[in-house]
Write a protein that binds this ligand. Structure first.
Ligand code: M6R
Length: 614
């Protein structure tokens, strides 16, 4: 959470920083700020609200500078206001910093600094860090900003992506990372720093992703890499980034979320492209090749994830258990990491994450590695922390997802999980040829079928219009469509602020049915699969209590068409790949409700795309 951008070189930094902040705004948007060297002084401009507010505020200021740092915040310590916004300046003015992450021992450090007569203007942990660096600097005879940063960081417990400017060393940036991502783009006589590569890609494709404990010291023509602990130079690992600038634009859509929903036929195809042999239809997952023997011997697979990725994990559980006959457990990373779980060396732990930076998922990965399990990742962001910290993995290839509400990343995760389940099913010889080819063929047909669902977006918009003023909604599904009900409810609540709950339809009579009356819309995911009859019974139960039913049905389902208030049709497909179709109308439904309620679709309140704090 929070987005960091910085620049040092010969260009005017300000427009680069503002554009970069806008690209990173999905990470947090409570307040934004920038620090620039203007006529030899470090000027800080910051404002509560979005980056556009900062831009307006700076409109009449002198912002020309060849060096600068900028930040967009998702508040952890201290309310979102102008004062708590970054950058933060140390008390004596020697240092200005931007920080992403949490300084866990900041209360202790604050006390120590207060005892040395330091005072503070705001409530953030980051301001304490700025002062700690300054304290180290002054104590050390103001010898070296780099040494002060490294010394301060040895005293810090917590997470940081950090960029520091020092008044006495005006043509230098110092950057450091621990558990909070930081990428450095290498230009000609210039460097671009950012929380991820999206602000960098239009200037350079050569990037160094800092590792935990790395400290980078940058001047326009030098890049020195050390660690917090050691005053020794290390060689940076320069990587090429492949993403295109086009991926970062809305391409004529009103919102990134809508664009990403419409991207899905292509992104799903990208997820399986090159992984299914064109003739034999055998699944090939290059990233798992070396570890496949160990996966094949695993006694169980534990899938860890959060939010939407956790919903994808549930579908993965059903698939792997049914077709590969391997026991699977699905865990919330935030619970798993703290509940002293049993992890054995013959377990495979599979982490699923769009961003690859989710703090709880990363912590669970580290725990599993400590216990000797083989740890795999399914990630979207190439080069992300989870991608790098797992033993092996599979990228989802959904491309950059900017809308805070995950859509195309979810369907890409489900696609990859389907491939993995089919591969394991073959390895364990647990699936018949007929079943295997059905699943693979129907998976490959999904992109075209999603296009058919997307063509019905106007109809879904009209249904959304009918229900936009409701305060509550229930979502029900069974089998492979139960996680889809959970995902549909999450989409609605996060972008429209309507209270929505997803349930396994069979659970309804164990509590949620008490909510059903003529005021509550009940969204039932009722495609024609092995559970269909049971779901129809659940629909009858809701109808008997005067609930309004919106059903996602298989095309041509005249029974349900006559029984429910509204239907959203999806093409017929094998039941195990039907989640990929059934989720699409629910994404559109949530989207159109959010738009008609006037909500901020891409940046819903209180949320951030990448949850790098626990
Ligand atoms: O990046 P991750 O997949 O690890 O993120 C997990 C969740 O934070 C994420 O899926 C969240 O629930 C989304 N806002 C859902 O739309």
């Amino acid at each position: 959470m929070c987005g960091i951008v910085a620049y040092i070189g010969t260009k005017n930094a300000y427009p680069i920083l503002i554009k970069g902040l806008k690209r990173l705004e999905y990470r947090g948007y409570d307040s934004a700020g920038v620090a620039l060297k203007v006529n030899g002084n470090t000027e800080i401009y910051k404002k509560k609200g979005k980056v556009s507010e900062l831009e307006n505020f700076c409109a009449d200021k002198n912002t020309f500078s060849n060096i600068g740092i900028a930040h967009t915040r998702w508040a952890t310590h201290g309310e979102p206001n102008d004062i708590n916004a970054h950058p933060h300046r140390s008390m004596k003015g020697h240092f200005t910093i931007i920080h992403n992450g949490i300084i866990e021992n900041y209360e202790r450090l604050k006390k120590d600094l207060a005892a040395k007569n330091y005072s503070f203007y705001g409530e953030t942990d980051s301001e304490i860090l700025a002062n700690l660096i300054e304290y180290m600097y002054v104590e050390d005879g103001m010898r070296s900003a780099e040494v002060a940063v490294r010394m301060a960081l040895t005293r810090v417990v917590g997470a940081y992506g950090l960029v520091v400017m020092c008044n006495n060393e005006p043509n230098k940036l110092i950057a450091a990372r621990k558990s909070s991502p930081l990428a450095i783009g290498l230009g000609e006589g210039e460097y671009y720093l950012a929380s991820d590569a999206t602000p960098i890609v239009e200037y350079t494709r050569n990037v160094v992703y800092l590792n935990d404990s790395d400290v980078a010291i940058l001047t326009p023509d030098s890049f020195t890499l050390k660690t917090v602990q050691k005053d020794e130079e290390i060689t940076p690992d320069v990587q090429r980034i492949e993403m295109s600038v086009g991926e970062l634009e809305k391409n004529g859509f009103d919102h990134f979320m809508l664009k990403e929903i419409f991207d899905q036929p292509r992104t799903i195809a990208d997820s399986f492209r090159g992984r299914i042999h064109p003739e034999t239809k055998e699944v090939f997952l290059g990233g798992l090749n070396e570890v496949m023997p160990r996966i094949a011997e695993a006694k169980r697979i534990i899938i860890i994830a959060c939010g939407t990725s956790w919903h994808a994990a549930l579908i993965g559980e059903y698939l792997v258990e049914e077709y590969a006959q391997v026991p699977v457990e699905v865990e919330y990373a935030s619970e798993y990491r703290y509940r002293r779980p049993i992890i054995r060396e013959d377990d495979v732990v599979l982490a699923i994450s769009q961003s690859g930076e989710t703090a709880d998922t990363l912590a669970a990965i580290r725990l599993a590695k400590e216990k000797g399990a083989l740890v795999l990742g399914i990630c979207n962001v190439v080069g992300s922390s989870i991608a790098r910290e797992t033993h092996a993995g599979i990228y989802t290839h959904a491309g950059v997802e900017i809308g805070v509400a995950s859509t195309k990343a979810f369907t890409a995760q489900v696609t990859v999980l389907t491939l993995l389940a089919m591969r394991l099913a073959r390895v364990h010889k647990a699936i018949s040829d007929e079943r295997y080819y059905n699943v693979i063929n129907d998976l490959m047909a999904i992109p075209d079928k999603i296009n058919l669902v997307l063509e019905k977006h106007e109809q879904i918009k009209q249904i959304a219009e009918k229900y936009k003023d409701n305060d509550n909604a229930l979502y029900l599904g069974r089998g492979y469509l139960f996680p889809v009900a959970l995902e549909g409810a999450l989409k609605l609540k996060e972008i429209s602020y309507i209270h929505a709950e997803g349930y396994a339809a069979g659970e309804m009579k164990h509590g949620p049915i008490a909510l059903v009356d003529s005021n509550i819309p009940v969204v039932v995911v009722a495609a024609k699969d092995r559970y269909y009859e049971k779901v129809v019974s659940n629909i009858q139960e809701v109808k008997a209590r005067k609930g309004n039913i919106i059903a996602v049905v298989t095309e041509g389902d005249s029974l349900l068409r006559d029984m429910v208030e509204d239907i959203m049709e999806i093409p017929k497909s094998d039941e195990v790949v039907t989640p990929l179709l059934a989720v699409v109308p629910l994404q559109l439904f949530a989207y159109y409700i959010s738009v008609s309620r006037g909500c901020d679709v891409d940046q819903p309140r209180n949320l951030a795309k990448s949850v790098t704090v626990e």
